[in-house]
Ligand binder design. Structure first.
Ligand code: AMP
Length: 210
């Protein structure tokens, strides 16, 4: 995917200059493009992409204890328990590669997880939340072209329901804390990438001035 690296270059300089870690959460419904954008962001800024969906799918593939525990939940499009997810992400955030920041994809998905993330991040710099808003019909169109196991129509419907019941309220939670920037995710991926770069730069600048 073509990426204009000039914007990200300035963000790197900015974050080095201010020593503010790039702690970024990409938020949005399934099919919003979080995974794709998280890949680009992680590569451009040399921070790890932490995708809870990828972690769980890998565990299932490996047939690990975790994988056996969550397999059925993923197949149904339901949410894995908060306890388990918070432990999983908490452990991942202790890896030294997260010192300069990270990009989270797929977490937090509940208010409980959002509150836990804030606790885990206390003293580790600001959390920049970027929410990608995408029309429902565009989400369905994108997911039905993706071909993942949990992209069958009834599972898609279930995951969208779970999103509006449990995950969308997290947006309001972050809004109240004024740490979220909402971006239009209906655009081509390169445009969304640029918008994310701009929003992260601004958020980091605000954080380092406050
Ligand atoms: P994703 O790849 O982010 O769409 O996640 C795929 C599936 O993994 C979801 O439908 C859930 O079953 C599970 N999952 C991923 N992240 C979380 C989370 N933060 N909390 C609960 N379940 C999750």
């Amino acid at each position: 995917m073509p990426v204009d690296r000039r914007d990200s270059q300035s963000t790197i300089l900015l974050s080095v200059a201010t020593a503010v870690p790039l702690n970024v959460v990409l938020f949005g419904p399934p099919g919003a493009g979080k995974g794709t954008q998280a890949d680009v962001f992680a590569e451009c800024h040399a921070v790890p992409k932490i995708s809870t969906g990828d972690m769980l799918r890998r565990a299932i593939q490996e047939g690990s204890e975790l994988g056996l525990l969550v397999k059925d939940t993923l197949q149904r499009g339901a949410l894995v328990s908060d306890d388990l997810m918070i432990r999983l992400v908490g452990q991942r955030l202790e890896w030294p590669d997260t010192a300069g920041g990270f990009v989270l994809d797929g977490f937090p998905r509940t208010i409980e997880q959002a509150a836990a993330l804030e606790r885990m991040m206390a003293g580790r710099g600001p959390i920049v939340v970027i929410a990608l808003v995408v029309h429902a019909d565009e989400v369905v169109r994108r997911l039905s072209h993706r071909g993942r196991h949990d992209d069958e129509e009834w599972v898609i419907r279930e995951r969208l329901q779970v999103y509006s019941d449990s995950t969308e309220p997290v947006l309001e939670y972050f809004r109240r804390r004024k740490t979220v920037t909402v971006l239009d995710g209906n655009r081509p991926p390169e445009e969304v990438t640029k918008a994310i770069e701009g929003a992260v730069s601004q958020a980091i600048e605000r954080a380092s001035n406050s």
